[in-house]
Structures are given as structure tokens and as C-alpha cells.
Design a protein around this ligand. Sequence first.
Ligand SMILES: [Zn+2]
Length: 205
Amino acid sequence: MSTANLLRSEYGWKLSGAFNETHLAVLLLAAQDLSAFAEAQAPGSGEIWMRRRLAPVHFHLGGLPQWVVTRVAAHAMSVVFPRRDVWLNKNFLTLPNPRHHIVHELAHVLDNRLGPKTLPAAIFGGGPADRLAREMGGAPRGMRYSNGACGIPPVNRWAESAGGGYGNHASAEYFAETLAWAVYYPSNLPNPTMMNWLKANVFYR
Ligand SMILES: [Zn+2]
């Protein structure tokens, strides 16, 4: 079975754009990493969790929303818009950890999926990212992709060594970085209780 078919049949992920075999391999590895993590949080239900929370997801390589955010930010960005479409930066393979990047973007999808049915939580709030920011001592308001550290005390903010402290940039990013570092390098989490928080608030059955 081709990697694209495997992503579709195993995970319910759809692809649009000129993905090559390396792109697809990274998507598959990220899916397997996250599935294994979900399995460790709730033994026996990792795969079910993936299907229930992260299917369907539609990945695009480039595309208009990605072009727009890249122009606005003045550097290459990926974006989730409106709810479960991931518009990947075409050069995501050149990032320091492309798999981390995929799991980070999936966290935004998850925020939307577990948030209100009306407006996307990764933009307007109301999802698990807001709850995590509050749990860590903050008060998220405004546009969740650009609302800063939200008053989260310095002790619970990201160190420079954790991806340049990108998670301090906004409450949606704080949550996305929490999931990605929990999967790939939990020692980078600013607060070890984040692991249990994820287990209770994101990886429940
Ligand atoms: Zn993000």
C-alpha cells in the first residue's frame, strides 16, 4: 500500500498538493508517534483516540491560507484553517524537527475538535488551549494565535531551549508546543504536571 493510502486508511488523513515520498514519510512517522503517545496515556485506545479526535484531517502543501499567513508574518508559516485543514509550509522538511512541526499543527486541530462547535478554538478560544493557559496561571483573551503569554507566570513559560520559546507567543501556541514537546522531549515542558493535564484533558477516552 502506498504511504498516501496508508495515511488515508489508517488515520483518515486526506492530502492535497505535491507531497513527495519524504513529506509522506514524515506525516506517517508523526502519526505513529502521536498514536503511540495516545496509547501510553490510555492503554488499549491509542488508535481509537486517533480516529475519534484526529480524523478526518486534510493536509495541504502550500495553498492560499498558507500564502496569506506567510505574507503577513513575513516568514514561512503553516496554518490550521478553518478547523481541520492543515496548510503546511512547503519547506517544513527543512525545519529542525519536521515531525514535531506536524504534531504541533495537529494540536491546533485538536483544540478545534475539543472546543466549541461554533467558531474555531485555535483562533477564538474556548478549547483545551484556554484551559491549559488558565491551569498554568494565565488568562487567555483576544486572538488566540497572537495574544502573547497571557499572564502565565515566568516559571511556567517556555525556555529559549524549547524551540526558541515559541510557545510563549500565544495561548494556542502554548498548547500546541505542550503536545509536541510531550511527545518528543518532555524534559522541555516548563511544568511536569502538563503530562497529567494532557492525560486528563486531551487523551481521555
Ligand atoms: Zn502553531
